[in-house]
Design a protein around this ligand. Structure first.
Ligand SMILES: NC(=O)c1ccc[n+]([C@@H]2O[C@H](COP(=O)([O-])OP(=O)(O)OC[C@H]3O[C@@H](n4cnc5c(N)ncnc54)[C@H](OP(=O)(O)O)[C@@H]3O)[C@@H](O)[C@H]2O)c1
Length: 217
């Protein structure tokens, strides 16, 4: 399958690399083609990897991944082009944070979320929010942590969520570890977890951790 990965940071590179590793073709997108990180990533990832602008990557992908700075994701997706997102699964990993705040703080109020803003701005895209609750290394190597732990999906399109769950399973997440939280408004919950995540990172002294949900059943 062809994936367009929007974002040249640690998330874009980790997700892009894993998608190539599990057999997909990936074009990484940036504000301008020839981005230094993207060129280096493509050279290392091999023949199935390429790079270009946000629009190039979105046009290339049958599935598109948003791994851009959350506070700038709407701009990045505008540049990618609504016509290149229409009808496609759009995997949103972004957290919209104020980069000047320490510890990082969300810029979207609790009665909204980046996932919902993206779905409203691009109504023809099939937005699925996932993976934004873990560090990029855990996203693509969940078995690197001991034991069972969880990841979340939410979105308005059931088929799109099933496709994203299959992608997560190809990364090493077990089916029963993937919790479907419902429609895209549940992105409020996973995005607001960031405040706890950064404090856990401080307390634990590592970004490589995750939470396990233990229901009483
Ligand atoms: N780091 C993690 O482990 C982690 C974990 C969970 C969630 N997240 C979320 O995942 C997303 C990516 O995180 P990251 O750390 O990999 O990278 P990042 O530094 O947050 O974002 C880098 C990307 O954002 C784009 N960007 C920056 N300013 C922009 C603007 N004004 N207009 C359009 N695009 C702009 C950059 O474009 P260029 O390529 O042109 O520079 C680049 O592709 C973020 O939303 C973050 O909150 C990250």
């Amino acid at each position: 399958m062809r994936f367009g990965v929007l974002g040249t940071g640690s998330v874009g590179r980790a997700i892009g690399g894993k998608l190539v590793e599990v057999g997909h073709e990936v074009k990484m997108g940036s504000r301008s083609a020839g981005n230094e990180n993207a060129v280096a990533w493509a050279a290392e990832a091999g023949d199935a990897a390429s790079e270009g602008s946000f629009a190039d990557a979105a046009a290339f992908g049958e599935v598109v991944v948003n791994a851009t700075a959350g506070q700038r994701s709407l701009e990045a997706l505008e540049a990618a082009g609504a016509e290149n997102l229409a009808g496609k699964v759009l995997v949103d990993i972004g957290n919209a944070i104020d980069p000047n705040e320490r510890p990082p703080a969300l810029i979207i109020p609790g009665n909204d979320s980046l996932g919902e803003q993206i779905q409203r701005a691009f109504p023809e895209a099939r937005v699925v929010k996932t993976l934004n609750t873990v560090n990029n290394s855990v996203m693509v190597d969940p078995r690197g942590l001991p034991g069972s732990h969880n990841v979340f999906v939410c979105g308005n399109d059931e088929e799109a969520k099933a496709e994203v769950a299959a992608m997560l399973e190809s990364f090493g997440w077990a089916g029963e570890e993937i919790i479907d939280l419902g429609d895209i408004s549940s992105a409020r919950g996973t995005e607001q977890y960031v405040g706890l995540w950064v404090r856990l990172m401080g307390a634990l002294g590592t970004a490589e951790f995750n939470i396990r949900i233990t229901p009483n059943d």
